[in-house]
Ligand binder design. Structure first.
Ligand code: G16
Ligand code: MG
Length: 217
């Protein structure tokens, strides 16, 4: 029985954090709130609503429900203006090669992301056809570290959680995978992702040979 492979999107397949940063920073400026790259780090894997709630909290700001909706809308419009300029050159190193290997060897592949724009991003970088299932911010009610997103993805792939492998760049995502009893592979900083079963800086650092070993465990 082939393992099922689940990919997070932002920070694993593409780096959209830089676009989220630009859009959140402009929003914060309008509100007179300071917003740094360190603040942006804390919003990785966090939903749009929760992200705005946090920024308002940091800035000690209270706004009406209507203004909240308007700001979310404006932020997303700006974010999408960057997303719509994405091309295949935005795919992170060796991700395509990893997906090609999985596809050629008939591994079921899913996306497990908090983003409501996941399909649009995958279309822009021409990777949509690789995914047998997509679970994104439109289908999920409980955010990572709740395992819902990955459990739904495994179910759609008809795989037992114990037979699933998750690639994640956020600590909450690693926690979600571990809670789901899946094998977790952290992509990023090993000091932050120490709860993961494996951690690599990126797919290049992992290498296909090492990945094949992990697949056959
Ligand atoms: C991504 C990003 C988060 C973003 C969230 C929602 O998560 O890491 O910063 O706030 O999606 O995105 P959107 O505003 O497009 O719905 P992931 O799970 O792909 O890493
Ligand atoms: Mg991520």
């Amino acid at each position: 029985n082939k393992k099922a492979i689940i990919f997070d999107l932002d920070g694993v397949i593409v780096d959209t954090a830089k676009f989220h940063f630009l859009a959140w920073q402009n929003l914060a400026k309008k509100l007179g709130i300071e917003f740094t790259t360190e603040d942006n780090e804390q919003l990785k894997g966090v939903s749009r609503v929760k992200s705005l709630e946090k920024i308002l909290e940091w800035g000690n700001k209270e706004i009406s429900e209507q203004e909240f909706e308007q700001l979310m809308h404006d932020k997303n419009e700006e974010y999408l203006s960057y997303v719509d300029q994405m091309t295949t050159s935005d795919i992170l190193p060796k991700v395509k090669e990893t997906l090609d290997y999985l596809k050629e060897n008939n591994y079921p592949i899913a996306l497990g992301s908090a983003s409501k724009n996941a399909r649009r991003i995958l279309e822009h970088v021409d990777l949509l056809s690789y995914f047998d299932a997509i679970v994104d911010g439109n289908e999920v009610t409980k955010a990572k570290p709740n395992p819902e997103v990955f459990l739904k993805a495994a179910e759609l792939l008809k795989a037992q959680p114990e037979h699933a492998i998750v690639f994640e760049d956020s600590l909450s995502g690693i926690e979600a995978a571990n809670t789901a009893k899946m094998l977790s592979i952290g992509i990023g900083d090993e000091n932050i992702l120490k709860e993961a079963n494996y951690v690599f800086k990126d797919f290049e650092d992992m290498g296909l040979a090492k990945f094949k070993e992990i697949l056959n465990e």
